[in-house]
Design a protein around this ligand. Structure first.
Ligand code: AMP
Length: 306
């Protein structure tokens, strides 16, 4: 099985209360593809400019990420800059330069069209839809979004939701899209607008998963040192999607999504331990399994030793 990932590929400048770094590899698709690559082969779709380092293509390919769907065109790569407050949860976008994204129209290589699982990482919903238009009936479609699209391209987003099986969004976005204060009501209301499943991320407070008649809540893996929260949400989505692609037999079930959500949380916890994709680049599968076990043990409702 394999997972198609489309989203932004960019160069980021990130400022935390203690450090500032620029020209970092970033973008929703970069994080999501790397997160997913721990579980499944990935077909990546995106666009970069001629300032983008060629070495990243080699790094992707060495992780089983197919880059035939990444266009390199004349111009500058997408750039984003953000600044975090002391809580490392609150972030302000300082600047965005769409650059080569302004004229991007994703075209799938013929070999990608039958990919069974699709992760529409965060980009404009009309581009996400354009990717779906080119696919041969994927088995399961996951999509991420952001407040910008809820505010500026709401009708495109509403149309897209009807074609999505699992929508992943954060708590403030879920409230904004539904105008509900309760996240439980918000999750249920989003389901009525299309997606059978909804995952609401709550940053350091974990995530919620809504199924038809089922509901699951998990915490976030507790970390002492967070260096850069950028990309945690995209890595969560990538880990979740990658796990589903690797383990789905027949229909994607709530139980599978529940396990996938834990793996997504584990991957996200590694992502924030270093700037950009540095921790994920050096991550080993045995470290993922070890943290999964720890996370599971920590989440037991009752302690087994009395
Ligand atoms: P996250 O921290 O999961 O919200 O994702 C951060 C990543 O999203 C950064 O690496 C940015 O390059 C990327 N990003 C920021 N704004 C946008 C946007 N408008 N469209 C697509 N990607 C974006």
């Amino acid at each position: 099985m394999s997972l198609l990932v489309v989203g932004s590929i960019g160069l980021d400048t990130v400022k935390t209360p203690v450090e500032e770094r620029s020209d970092l590899l970033g973008g929703s698709a970069s994080y999501a593809a790397l997160g997913a690559s721990f579980f499944t082969p990935v077909n990546l779709v995106g666009i970069v400019g001629d300032d983008f380092p060629q070495s990243e293509f080699q790094a992707w390919e060495s992780r089983g990420i197919d880059t035939r769907g990444v266009q390199r065109v004349h111009g500058n790569t997408f750039r984003w800059s953000g600044e975090y407050a002391w809580d490392l949860n609150t972030r302000e976008t300082r600047s965005v330069a769409l650059n080569v994204f302004e004229t991007f129209s994703p075209t799938l290589p013929e070999e990608y069209r039958a990919t069974p699982f699709v992760l529409l990482a965060n980009i404009a919903p009309n581009l996400q839809a354009h990717v779906l238009d080119q696919m041969n009936e994927p088995r399961f479609v996951l999509a991420d979004t952001m407040d910008l699209w809820i505010k500026t391209t709401r009708s495109d987003l509403d149309r897209l939701l009807k074609r999505v099986d699992l929508l992943i969004l954060n708590d403030s976005e879920a409230r904004e899209i539904t105008q509900e204060t309760s996240l439980i009501r918000a999750g249920r209301k989003i389901q009525q607008s299309g997606p059978r499943f909804v995952a609401i991320k709550k940053g350091e407070h974990g995530a919620l998963l809504f199924g038809q008649d089922e509901f699951f809540s998990c915490g976030a893996y507790p970390l002492e040192d967070i260096h850069d929260p950028t990309g945690a949400g995209d890595t969560f989505a990538g880990g979740l999607g990658g796990f589903v692609s690797a383990h789905a037999q027949g229909e994607v079930t709530f139980d599978l999504l529940r396990r996938a959500m834990i793996y997504g949380s584990v991957l996200a916890s590694f992502c924030v331990e270093a700037f950009s994709l540095e921790r994920l680049r050096h991550l080993r599968s045995d470290e993922i399994s070890e943290r999964y076990k720890m996370f599971k043990a920590m989440s037991q409702f009752e302690s087994i030793s009395r």
